[in-house]
Design a protein. Sequence first.
Length: 229
Amino acid sequence: MVTFIEVLNGVNEGSRHQLTDGMTMGRANADIIVKDPKVSSKHAQIALDGKGQLVLLDLDSSNGLYISGRRVKKVALIPGVIFEIGRTQFKVVTVEEEQASSFERLLTWRNIVSATVPQLQIQNSEPEQELQRFSPALKLTFLRGIQADEEIILGYGPRTAGADSLDVELLDVDAPRDAFQLIAGPGQVELKVLATGRVTLNNKKVSAEMLSDGDMISVGSTVIKVSYL
């Protein structure tokens, strides 16, 4: 039998992850990424106990592991168990080995809607921008805030950062839906602010600016360092 965990709620609702000894779960720098501001960068680790049973161990996280509202240090990963990390719930499921490779993402109302309902075409909206390569590539390092220690490497643009963005998601509670955009320029990347007054570059308000190595972008309590690779 092959063991999986299934995400029951949140932005990753319906996704399933196969579990193996040594895997980690967390908000960043983990094998299974949980997009939840209440989850630590490395929150928990999967291990084998003395009986060969997979268990989930809390890595001294801030918010711990919960079963039925009770905080625990270890979760036995047996079929049917439901546990919680941050605000995200998971259910343990097992399948036969021959089924594991096709045990794909669940079909939930969220992805049914996104797959079947065409997006409305808004008149007079801005035309889609052609994707262009970032040369050199851009690295964003989160120095402060809920995403501290997270790194994102971007090779092309335009890319949008914001609370609801699929490009660069900002988990800061004060992050606007669309905070800023990163646009390819000659040898540099341009920062275009989409939320006036809520984004600063090197502690200064700007509307658009070419980014230099070492620049600091601030949104709410989040500080992001810019580097070129």
